[in-house]
Design a protein around this ligand. Structure first.
Ligand SMILES: [Zn+2]
Length: 163
């Protein structure tokens, strides 16, 4: 039995920079400003979490880790992902593959794709050839194209574990 889920997230860049990096897929990437968030703002991991939860019919990341909860402040989003993977396992599923599209006008993400895939594969308990991360610009269109933030779409396919 297989299940599919989709996730989407978007975070805005800070107007007054308080950080000189962003965190995407667990990788810290130098940038002139951070992403605004209650947690570490890892928009890649948030979209993947929603795809996994969607596939399991378990709601969304905000339901499991509210942004009003003080324990989630500045939280490393890899902890959210690992926690959600436990829920996926409890439901009897493992990840068949995950595909991610990052939409960002800046910064340039090409050098960071492989490190992201490596960290994500670890947390998703899969091999490197089961996770794919792509990055595209928005061709200057809309808020993302205007460098106001970063958006991410993710799709996850789960399969029932052999007993
Ligand atoms: Zn988010």
């Amino acid at each position: 039995m297989i299940r599919i889920g989709h996730g989407y997230d978007i975070h805005r860049f800070e107007e007054k920079p308080s950080k000189n990096y962003i965190t995407l897929g667990g990788v810290q990437i130098p940038y002139e400003r951070g992403l605004i968030a209650h947690s570490d703002g890892d928009v890649v991991i948030h979209a993947i979490c929603d795809a996994l939860l969607g596939a399991c019919a378990l709601g969304d990341i905000g339901k499991h880790f509210p942004d009003t909860a003080t324990e989630n402040k500045d939280k490393n989003s890899r902890e959210f992902l690992r926690n959600i993977m436990q829920k996926v396992n409890v439901k009897g599923y493992s990840v068949a593959n995950v595909d991610v599209s990052i939409i960002a006008q800046t910064p340039k993400l090409a050098p960071h794709i492989l490190p992201m895939q490596e960290l994500l594969a670890q947390d998703l308990q899969i091999s490197l050839d089961q996770v794919n991360v792509k990055a595209t610009t928005n061709e200057g269109l809309d808020a993302v194209g205007n460098r106001q933030g970063i958006a991410v779409h993710a799709v996850a396919l789960l399969e029932k574990k052999a007993i």
